[in-house]
Write a protein that binds this ligand. Structure first.
Ligand code: ADP
Length: 485
């Protein structure tokens, strides 16, 4: 796209709230600004949803909930499939708007358009396969019929790092299951979801089923919604701290909750690994999305027998990454989402270096506009460095050595989180053993990217609970009903 087309695309992004699928200003009359993290400039102003808007969306959602639940699964499926097609048709718009508001390199935004759309297709296919169970009562005195019903109106709260996919991963299974849904996108990146609202309006999703409510300040909107007995579920992707707060709030109204929270993924390289493949995998697991993914490799644990070769190769690859505005054709790595995030990354790097880590490349923020941070490799990271405990969420690879398989696995599991783990080995017995021993919801074996709409995504321990995607993902939006006869 040339710059005129980009300007036209941005101008065409719907600016009002999608209240039940219809564009409406906020009852507060307020708007808030969305900025480009590569230069801090304002891209657009969008309506700033308030409590009244939220309750109006919920009134619409709960009113149409029975009708939507009774809509033929095939019809729900075809709406999702039409949305999948339309997102692809509008891939240029989605990718450019996403890069502008979130910062990632344009090629990564196109990747997310594919990934995000895939949830629409996958759950279009799952909508017609919601099953149940039938059996005879053991006492021989009747039948047990088990059916699935939609849980009811859902609130989805999404983060800024995957502005499309984190929305479709919740919207698609909710709609497939027959739930109505209200989406509150992250304040840094509401525009991509605004485009998705247009897609659903254009494919004829019935009014009331979906609302999209951007807001500058979440709690005044989400608090009253979660306190309202008409809401039945909250699904959240974001930090562990906010997730816990939401679970506490959900208790009062006994809401269903799905919590996809923080990660601290280990990436383990055993001495028998294909080192070049492991470096490729580490580049993907660490640098995808500028390291701003909850599945990002946070710690690279490498057998001391191969640590020099691995770290040298990784360092030359990471040092070659070009940082710049995501829309520039030669940019590999865009800015971090905002100054706050850059401060977090800088603090973690400074702490590790102060405690003895060695900077192999990068290590600081470049001067100039935009919230950039240099692609960085640290080795000899000491065990008390904070970045081994906390999620970095930036382009910083921290390398730590180990000597035996037991030691490598123990180091990998030494975290309160448990979202993803990765490891590289050419020994199939070791592969089976270690996959079993790693304590996380997802494990990549000789793979640096594991996300797939057809697979259950989610964590254990402080990474939360619930699964998104796969055949499991729709279950999060279904209740179980038992009929005795
Ligand atoms: P991050 O640190 O990655 O921004 P957050 O957990 O703060 O992660 O944010 C993820 C999502 O949760 C965003 O949409 C944000 O607006 C929302 N959020 C943050 N705090 C609250 C809160 N107290 N109540 C409801 N939503 C919140």
């Amino acid at each position: 796209m040339d710059s005129n087309s980009i300007t036209r695309t941005v101008a065409s992004v719907p600016r009002q709230l999608w209240l039940g699928g219809v564009q409406k200003p906020s009852a507060s009359g307020k708007t808030f600004e969305v900025t480009d993290p590569s230069n801090g400039e304002v891209i657009a102003s969008v309506a700033d949803a308030c409590a009244e808007d939220g309750l109006e969306a919920l009134a619409l959602a709960s009113q149409i909930q029975p009708e939507w639940a009774a809509t033929a699964p095939r019809v729900r499926s075809e709406i999702l499939r039409a949305a999948f097609d339309l997102v692809h048709e509008r891939a240029d718009d989605f990718a450019h708007v996403m890069t502008l508001e979130m910062g990632k390199a344009l090629s990564e935004s196109y990747g997310e358009v594919n990934y995000g759309a895939e949830f629409l297709r996958w759950f279009a296919e799952e909508a017609v396969r919601i099953g149940g169970r039938y059996t005879s009562a053991p006492a021989g005195n009747g039948q047990i019929l088990v059916t699935k019903t939609p849980v009811g109106p859902v609130l989805a709260i999404t983060p800024w790092n995957f502005p499309l996919a984190m929305g479709t991963r919740k919207i698609a299974p909710a709609l497939a299951a027959g739930c109505t849904i209200i989406v509150k996108p992250a304040e840094d990146t509401p525009l991509t979801m605004q485009l998705l609202g247009q897609v659903f309006a254009d494919v004829g999703l019935p009014p009331g089923v979906l609302s999209i409510l951007p807001t500058s300040t979440a709690p005044p909107l989400t608090g009253p919604l979660m306190a309202d007995p008409r809401l039945r579920k909250v699904t959240f992707t974001g930090s562990t701290a906010v997730g816990k707060l939401l679970v506490r709030n959900a208790a009062d109204n006994l809401l269903h909750t799905s919590m996809e929270l923080g990660g601290n993924a280990p990436f383990v390289v055993f001495a028998d690994a294909d080192i070049d493949a492991a470096v490729d995998g580490a580049m993907a697991a660490k640098m995808r999305n500028g390291g701003q993914a909850c599945t990002a490799a946070n710690r690279l644990h490498v057998d001391n027998a191969v640590i020099d070769e691995f770290t040298d190769k990784l360092t030359s690859r990471i040092a070659a990454l070009r940082i710049g505005p995501g829309l520039d054709a030669d940019t590999d790595l865009g800015p971090l989402i905002n100054e706050r995030q850059r401060t977090v990354v800088a603090r973690l790097v400074d702490d590790a270096v102060r405690k003895g880590a060695r900077v192999r490349t990068g290590g600081s923020a470049p001067v100039g506009p935009g919230s950039f941070f240099e692609p960085t490799v640290l080795d000899r990271v000491p065990s008390d460095a904070l970045l081994l405990r906390e999620e970095i969420f930036g382009p910083v690879a921290a390398v730590i050595g180990f000597d035996t398989e037991e030691e490598g696995v123990a180091a990998a599991n030494d975290t309160e989180f448990g979202l993803a783990s990765y490891f590289y080995t050419r020994d199939s017995a070791r592969a089976a053993r270690v996959a079993n021993e790693l304590n996380s919801g997802m494990v990549g074996v000789n793979r640096g990217i594991i996300s797939d709409a057809a697979a259950p995504f989610g964590g254990v321990n402080q990474s939360g609970y619930g699964r998104e995607g796969g055949t499991e993902g729709i279950e999060e939006y279904l209740d179980t009903k038992y009929v005795a006869s």
